[in-house]
Structures are given as C-alpha cells and as structure tokens.
Design a protein around this ligand. Sequence first.
Ligand code: BG6
Length: 492
Amino acid sequence: MQGNLKSVYSQVPLTVVVIGASGDLSMRKIFPAFYALYVQKHLPHKFYIVGFARTPLNTDSFREQIGLWLEKEVRNISLKERDDFIGNCYYCQGNYNNIDDYNRLGKLIEELEKNEKSNKIYYMAIPPFLFLTVSNSLHLSNLSNDSGGQTWTRVVVEKPFGRDRESSDELTVGLQRVFREDQIYRIDHYLAKEVIQNLMVLRFANLILEPIWNRQYVDNIRISWMEDLGVEGRGGYFDEYGIIRDVMQNHLLQMVALIAMEQPIRYEADYIRDEKVKILRCITPVSLSHLVIGQYGPGIHKGEQKVGYREEEGISLSSITPTYSAVVLFVKNRRWDGVPFLLRAGKGLSKKMTEIKVQFKDVPANIFSEIVPHMSPNELVIRVQPEAMIALKIVNKVPGLTLSLRESYLDLSYESAFETRVPEAYELLLLDVIRGDRSLFIRSDELESAWDIFTPVLHELENKRIQPTIYPFGSDGPASADLLASRFGTTW
Ligand code: BG6
C-alpha cells in the first residue's frame, strides 16, 4: 500500500501494453491514471505505453484520441505535460488471436527498448471471454517471459472473473498456465477507494473499536451500494452478469471481508489476503430465503423520464436479470456468529451512494429510556462515496433547562479534515502494480471463496427462473428489501 517508492523510480524502463486500448475503460480510466502517475513522477524515467487493439488506428491517431480524452478527464491539464506524456504512447493494431500480430507487437517493443530490456505490464482492458485467448497468444509469441529474471512481467485483469465458481476456476487455471500467480494482478477497484483502504487503519490503528467489534456489542452490519444510473450502454455485458456478479460478489464482499476479518500478522499483502480468505470461508453460502432481487422499471429521476431495464438497448423484453439485490450473510466464527450482515446493491435508484453502517446493541438497563422510550442505538457510519465520511451516532443532551435527549453525530468529513487531493482508485492500483504490491488485488483463493458464497444461489435463481420484483427507476428499490431488513429488526 504506502510502500517504498524507490522501486518506482528504478532505472529499468517500463513498457505498459494496454490490450483493448481503444475501448472505454482504457480511455476513461487507464490512460488518465497513467497520466496522473506521470505528472506526479511515479513512472520510471523511460516508459512506453503501447496500445494493442483491433480498431484501425495508428500511433498518431491513437495519440490524438488519448489527448482528447485526457482533456476531458483531467482538470486543469497542462498542455506541455499532456504532449510529453502522449509522446510516449504507441499503437499496434492487431487481432487478439493472431500470433503474427503479437509478433509485430513484440518487434515494436524491441524497437522502443533499444537493447535496454524493460519491465512489462500487460493490462487486459478487454471482456473476460478474451483473457485466455490473449494470454495464450502472449505465451506463444514469447511475450509473457520474465527475460530470465532481470526484469519482471505482470498481467492485470479486471472482473468479472467468470460467472460462477466453475468458470472462475477455469479462468484461473488458464491464466496460471501462462503466468505465475504472483504475476497476476486481479483488480477490484473498490479496494483502492480511500475510505475502503482506511477500514483496516480505522480498526487496527485505533484502540477503542476492537473491544466492541464483535457479536457482544454489534447488532447488525449493513452495506448499501446505490447508483442512480441505468446500464449506460453496457446492456450486453450487464444482462449476462446481473448485479450480484457485477458488484456484490466482489465490491460488497470485499467490504465485508475488511470489516469482519481478524488482524493480519503484519501489514503485508499475503498476510492481509490470508485473513480475508479466512473470513470469506466462514460465510455461509447465501440462501434464497435471505435474498431479494429486483429490476428497475420505467420511472422519473431528477425530473427526467427514465426507461425501464427491459427497454434499454440490447436487453430482451423478457430479461429476468436482477439490477437490484439485497442479501443477508452470516459469518460463522466466534466473533460474529449470529450478527446479520445485510447487503443491498442496485442500479436505477434514487441516488449514488455507498455506505457501511455498524449498528451497536441497545444500552442495557438504560436509565434514560423513560424519558426517550425509543432511543436509537449507537451506529458507526462509514460513507465511501459520494463524499467520504466517518461518523459515530451518539445520544446527547440537548442544551437547556430540561432534560431532553437527541441523537447527533461525531463526524469526520474527509473534505474538511484533509486538504490533500484524493487520488483516483486506478492511480493507486496501477502504481501498486508497478511497485509490486499485491495487497489491493484479489488472490485466486480469495476469488474461490467469494464465488462459493454466491454460486449456489445464482444457479438456483437461474434454474428456477425466479422473477425479479420491478421497482421504479429513481426509487429506493423494492419494498421486499425493507421487509427483509425488518425481519432482522432493522431498516436500511
Ligand atoms: C463497476 C461495475 O465495477 O463499478 C459498474 O461494473 C459500476 O456497474 C461501477 O457502475 C461503479 O464504480 P464507482 O467507482 O463509480 O462506484
């Protein structure tokens, strides 16, 4: 995480090959992130960014495209720095399964290197069904080698890693035929969000939380992930995966792991991931009785009429893919047994917001309960976005001559507390790939355990063709999710 930056400044040049370089992810996230690293002097002195994709472009038109996107994505961009950066970008057009094209890519890299071998990153900004085709082609064209250990070669892949445990295992085995596990960087960009990184610091660098961080004091934990967007032109992808695979099995489960895990032996990648795997293995697979699924229908959001999911481009009128899901998880260990972890995630909702709430139990024998009969218990609120914030709900006396109590918050807003710029998740992730820190990346056994929690219920939903409840775009999701929460004595 905050490792030693020395290795980044190493004299060894760096070649980044972005496979799928002309796509949306590359232009919107990857190039702006590399640009930000370049501006902050986190890239080695000599670096080459090579785009490889099917789109017919050449180096000039590729540079032009990147330049335009950088202007769009980067605030107050310096034109000189932009031009210097894009001067390091090159393009090689090719088909993902054509070895001759990879040989040309190899030649281009050699020309750039001019006998000075570089470290290599292959960033697969392509749909997952192409991962194995590309990794095999890299292997067959001798591009996946570590050049005898003098330099390193790393590969970056992004979720979804399969559709279930079986397909994920196939992907893992296929990738590991070409790359060692320590060369594979599986991204979950939520792990690089500032507040999510802070979860471990909050828990393990402070004394006061640990004694109450357990079943004796915690009543329930709730995680809400809400988005006020539809599928935004990604209908083809989304309909194949649905919200559980898109965000729950990964982003939300990673939050659960960081909230629930034990303290790692040391603050190092493998120790952290060992603890995450351990806790994920303690989670009982989700059962249908603890699951709600929904799909957004037409609705009005911020005064604008929105179409329903089934009317979106590329979606069939009979699609039963959930765009909303609420589940209850149980962690079977000494710390958490019996504490429900309620998770909800949805698109087409009223707002964009990601938040974790740790609700504590009622105060026993509370001497104020006669004055305020329904006092709400303490709650720790950790808001990931839109504005980063940590707040503790406490009960307070309202100033005055009579005894009146009110809940208020001890709150820490990141914006007012820290004046530094919050980096984009991708900046940190790419920097970590360069410096070889795998703490924020998903290890294969972690992925297996995450799939084990959701695979049975995903199969059941599909086999029984269970219909999602339709909710209006712009609402807070189906009422059945509120009922599910109320079965555990809480509200979202
Ligand atoms: C991605 C999902 O992983 O995260 C998208 O595939 C979602 O469906 C996105 O919109 C949200 O990311 P963020 O960083 O905007 O919260």
